[in-house]
Design a protein around this ligand. Structure first.
Ligand code: FES
Length: 254
């Protein structure tokens, strides 16, 4: 059956006009805006309710304004490169459907907060990765390497299963009000990254990591706001992981 303007074919989803209100920044300036000045710009795109915010951003970039800058790679929630603030909440653009955002209203899109903006929705991730590197995100062992894999019981594996899901998108860290204002705090993701190894029975660097996190830039900065847990696109219980690290520091027991 062929669709008409009034009646789409069975199974066909009708397109609609969606408005995206995007916070833009151009380090070189534009005809109307000084270098580095941030300003709002609205775009209207034809989209389907089942499209993702990433699809709408692609339409804008490919059909209306090629200068719009944002990161993305896998488009399937795996690489973590397209975290942004969408309707005041950190999300992955590739995992956010328009129909879940009330597309009848303008959709507000901003860069994640607390990191320097390079251009439009692209931020400088280096301070975020510097904190991640600090906590030694790799297995530390001193014994001889086994001939085959390092064995671990399912129960021991389960202790850090949740924090292995992190994709380093920075949605948690850049949703944290302490991170926005403090300037020193490692942030939730670095603690999640440390948790993944602290509770790994094969690792021998736990106490080195715990000493790093016991610092003034470490876990004690967390004010249990739970923003990080709400923001995580992988559903990691970030605040719980932070509290488990705090508990080890107070009890001395892993
Ligand atoms: S583009 Fe890879 S997580 Fe969204």
């Amino acid at each position: 059956m062929t669709a008409t303007a009034e009646s789409p074919a069975v199974g066909e989803v009708k397109a609609m006009l969606v408005t995206l209100r995007i916070l833009r920044t151009n380090p070189e300036g534009t005809a109307e805006h000084a270098a580095g000045e941030s300003y709002w710009q609205e775009f209207q795109v034809e989209a389907h309710a089942t499209d993702r915010v990433l699809d709408a951003l692609h339409k804008i970039k490919w059909e209306q304004d090629g200068s719009l800058a944002f990161r993305r790679s896998c488009a399937h929630g795996v690489c973590g490169s397209d975290a942004m603030r969408i309707n005041a909440r950190n999300r992955l653009a590739c995992k956010t459907l328009l129909k879940d955002l009330n597309p009848a209203k303008p959709i507000i899109v901003e860069p994640i907060k607390g990191l320097p903006v390079e251009k439009d929705l692209i931020v400088d991730m280096e301070p975020f990765f510097a904190s991640y590197r600090e906590i030694m995100p790799f297995l530390v062992t001193t014994g001889n390497a086994p001939a085959r894999e390092r064995l671990q019981s399912p129960e021991d594996r389960q202790r850090f299963d949740d924090t292995t899901k992190c994709i380093l998108c920075a949605a948690c860290t850049t949703s944290c009000p302490v991170f926005w204002t403090d300037g020193q705090y490692f942030g939730p993701q670095a603690i999640v990254g440390a948790h993944r190894f602290i509770f790994d029975s094969r690792d021998e660097g736990q106490w080195d990591r715990l000493e790093i996190l016991n610092d003034k830039a470490g876990v004690w900065k967390c004010r249990t706001a739970f923003n990080c847990t709400e923001a995580c696109p992988r559903g990691i219980e970030v605040t719980k992981a932070i509290s488990e690290v705090k508990k080890v520091l107070t009890t001395g027991e892993i």
